[in-house]
Design a protein around this ligand. Structure first.
Ligand code: PMP
Length: 366
């Protein structure tokens, strides 16, 4: 007999991760598949992180530091906040879940832009939140419309900045306008998973916003710029009582010991991270120009990926590209997201896009 589970489970969408290079290689019998589907770094963890992981591996029989004290201390120094303003989680996606679980009672609302990070609606529905999805404007979070969507029942607002999947950012004035309108007892989460890739000077820094608006929670991660996606470590910064609330709904021992030492070692090598991120930013400009030159509707990005605004052709392009050994992320009827890879990988992507145009899979917009 079927076990009685919550009725709400039926409505929860399933998270669809980018396909692995291995599965695509196997399906299409191709040797060298390039994965540009999950916004990962094209380089391995920093040398200091690899060393720290190797050193700590032998102690894996012991539980990790449950409070990740040393890492929180290092993050508080790096971000210029107190240690009790920092919480680490099993990836920043886990901290998104904790932010919802700490603020939402069944029937309360979570508001975010759309399309945006696919995990938001999944996590919101896990806690029985009502969801208000506010359409992007010009591929960008429309913070005035988000402020309009906030109601008495709203408990949490996500601002994904830069936005995944479109790569756009909001500016400081728009962020301030939003924060002036959202009641001070509702949490506004600035999800800055791609913060390190931002070059647009007017982009707000969540930690700076927190100094002026106490209802801000900032989320960042070691998965992208630091290349530690497999280890699962992200962090939240807010005021101490908000951090305490998130701590209440965490899973004990949620951040593993190897992740803690690798993240700490990475923080100590920020110059090396910066050099790598700068190379991704340079590749982003080169790839943007190449895709624009092909006449495809590509959007300027502040993250480590580009958005190609091809709603009707998204699925066909994704499938075509996989058959040629380049894994992209296509969102049916929405568009296609491509991660900035290493230079050769990006070159392969451009050839596949060119071939897709030649074969009529996609059409040029200009
Ligand atoms: N926020 C955004 C906007 C993301 O794109 C991602 C990763 N796809 C995350 C959070 C979660 O990253 P992680 O859990 O690896 O820290």
């Amino acid at each position: 007999m079927a076990i009685r589970t919550r009725g709400a489970l039926d409505g929860i969408p399933t998270y669809v991760p980018g396909r692995s290079a291995e599965s695509v290689a196997h399906e299409h019998s191709i040797d060298d598949v390039v994965k540009l589907a999950s916004n990962e770094a094209p380089f391995p963890p920093l040398p200091a992180a690899l060393e720290a992981i190797a050193d700590a591996a032998g102690s894996a029989n012991r539980y990790p530091d449950d409070g990740a004290g040393a890492l929180c201390e290092a993050l508080s120094e790096a971000c210029g906040v107190d240690a009790d303003q920092v919480l680490v989680g099993n990836g920043s996606v886990e901290l998104c879940r904790q932010a919802l679980a700490a603020t939402v009672d069944p029937g309360d609302e979570a508001v975010f832009g759309w399309p945006s990070f696919e995990a938001y609606p999944i996590l919101a529905q896990q806690v029985d939140a009502h969801i208000a999805r506010v359409p992007l404007r010009d591929h960008r979070y429309d913070l005035d419309a988000i402020a309009d969507a906030v109601t008495e029942r709203t408990r949490l607002v996500f601002v994904c900045n830069p936005n995944n999947p479109t790569g756009t950012v909001v500016d400081r004035a728009a962020a301030d306008r939003l924060l002036a309108r959202v009641p001070a007892d509702r949490l506004v989460v600035f999800d800055e998973a791609y913060r390190e890739f931002v070059t647009a000077p007017d982009t707000p820094d969540g930690v700076e916003l927190l100094r002026h608006h106490e209802n801000v929670l900032v989320l960042r991660t070691f998965s992208k710029a630091y290349g530690l996606a497999a280890l699962r470590v992200g962090y939240a910064i807010s005021r101490p009582d908000v951090i305490d609330a998130l701590r209440k709904v965490r899973v004990p021992f949620g951040v593993n010991g190897l992740a803690q030492v690798a993240a700490r070692a990475s923080l100590g090598a920020q110059d090396q991270m910066r050099a790598r991120v700068d190379s991704v930013i340079a590749e982003r400009a080169r790839l943007f120009a190449a895709i624009a030159e092909l006449g495809l509707p590509v959007v300027e990005s502040e993250a480590n990926f580009l958005w190609i605004d091809l709603p009707t052709e998204a699925v066909a392009l994704g499938a075509y590209s996989e058959r040629r050994g380049v894994v992209l992320r296509s969102f049916a009827d929405v568009g296609v997201r491509v991660t900035i890879g290493a230079a050769e990988e990006n070159d392969r992507l451009v050839s596949v896009l060119r071939a897709a145009i030649d074969e009529g899979i996609v059409s040029q917009s200009s």
